[in-house]
Design a protein around this ligand. Sequence first.
Ligand code: HPA
Length: 270
Amino acid sequence: MMQKLMTCAESVKARIDFRPTVGLVLGSGLGNYAERIQTVQTIEYSEIQGFPTSTVKGHKGRFVFGYVGNIPVVIMQGRVHYYEGYAMSDVVLPTRLMGLLGIHSLILTNAAGGINPNFHPGDLMMITDQIACGVPSPLIGPNLEALGTRFPDMSEIYSRRLQAVVRSAAQNCGIPLQEGVYVQLTGPNYETPAEVRMCRGWGGDAVGMSTACEAMAARHMGLEVCGISCITNLAAGLSDRQLDHKEVQQTADRTAAAFEKLITQLILTM
Ligand code: HPA
């Protein structure tokens, strides 16, 4: 795995002489942010040897390198999901690659179903903690000693410092911000109402199919992590409606302006 990761990193470094300090992963419907920044270069995932490529509609598959203000960033426009059939180690390969490119902080975003009864579609939720025991850990297998320790601490997986920055950024932008625990399940099916009740019982506030594994891989290698979910719908059983990916994307699109403003303010102040 380390060999594969180094090959990918070398192939990216050979194409671009740009050293990002912040990484940003854009979730469903949130991908347009990459078009708003001052772009220096883009690299398609398909151009990187051995790189897992994403297949989900609404997800592009490329790295966008550029600046937000004077902060050099790398944006993942489209991520790799476990439900696509990749090994968990491949799912987090792009995250680790951004770490090897030199980022020290990682912002993860996603679309998620709201489990907390106080949440509404269109809310933004800062992730304060996560429950990832519904998916295999990306750290299973021989430990990548060059990245981190065998048994990494996860007691502050989402940086308290960055949580404070996100709160202030939201306040400065006048954007209401929910906070809560993100639960990752495998997907690709949406949950049953019973599974949603289970997630609530576990202590979850939102449920989705990404992010937690990336946060774990990032934390393993010592990156500072923060996460923001766009609550695109009430999770199954909390409303009479059936769940549908199109509706998820539409709500994410509707929320995009506030989300983009928040992300920009966050990057400028982190
Ligand atoms: N469940 C899982 N993933 C999701 C949901 C959901 O309700 N909405 C958006 N992504």
